[in-house]
Design a protein around this ligand. Structure first.
Ligand code: ADP
Ligand code: MG
Length: 169
């Protein structure tokens, strides 16, 4: 069974996935390894081969839980867990990564406007959302295990970054 671990770049997907007791499939890794349609020059990234990815994932499917990790993994699963992070902290992480200012801005806007969450809700019958702000990666991983094991549910609506922004502004 596929479970997507998704969220805006910098929210901690790769770090947290490495702590989970499940098989992890790195969607960006598959794209870099050849499941791409070439370079999208305007966005300075590889354009994913969505049909090729779906075919590859079918080949990899087993009865075991497989966590698909990546910021568009929710396109390939019926269940998505969306990591969220306050835009203030996300900015620090993306700047520390050396992202160009336009790319930092694009990702902060996406996080503030719930872009990935909305996509996940449109695509996946089940979506859980975790606010990782102030949590360690192990705490986030433990929260995911509880959700996957059916001991907790964490439906969308945990965060409202715009409300935080307007309250403080
Ligand atoms: P993503 O895969 O979602 O783009 P990463 O897992 O690469 O994000 O994490 C981005 C950065 O944030 C890394 O430097 C990572 O060490 C750090 N990080 C990830 N999760 C946490 C956390 N819960 N607390 C503090 N730092 C974290
Ligand atoms: Mg990552």
């Amino acid at each position: 069974m596929r479970i997507a671990l998704t969220g805006t770049p910098g929210t901690g997907k790769t770090t947290v996935a490495a702590l989970l007791p499940y098989a992890v499939i790195d969607i960006n890794g598959l794209v870099k390894a050849g499941l791409s349609l070439g370079r999208d020059e305007s966005r300075d990234c590889l354009e994913a081969d969505m049909n090729g990815l779906e075919r590859r994932l079918r080949e990899l499917d087993t009865d075991q839980i497989a966590v698909l990790e990546g910021h568009f993994s929710h396109h390939f699963a019926e269940w998505a867990i969306v990591l969220r992070l306050s835009p203030d902290q996300l900015r620090q992480r993306l700047e520390a990564r050396g992202y160009r200012p336009e790319k930092v801005r694009e990702n902060l806007e996406a996080e503030a406007l719930d872009v990935i969450l909305v996509e996940a809700v449109e695509h996946c019958p089940r979506v859980d959302e975790i606010d990782t702000t102030g949590k360690t990666a192990s705490e986030v991983a433990a929260a995911i295990v509880r959700i996957v094991e059916g001991k907790a549910a964490s439906p969308p609506g945990q965060v409202d970054w715009l409300e935080d922004f307007f309250d403080s502004g």
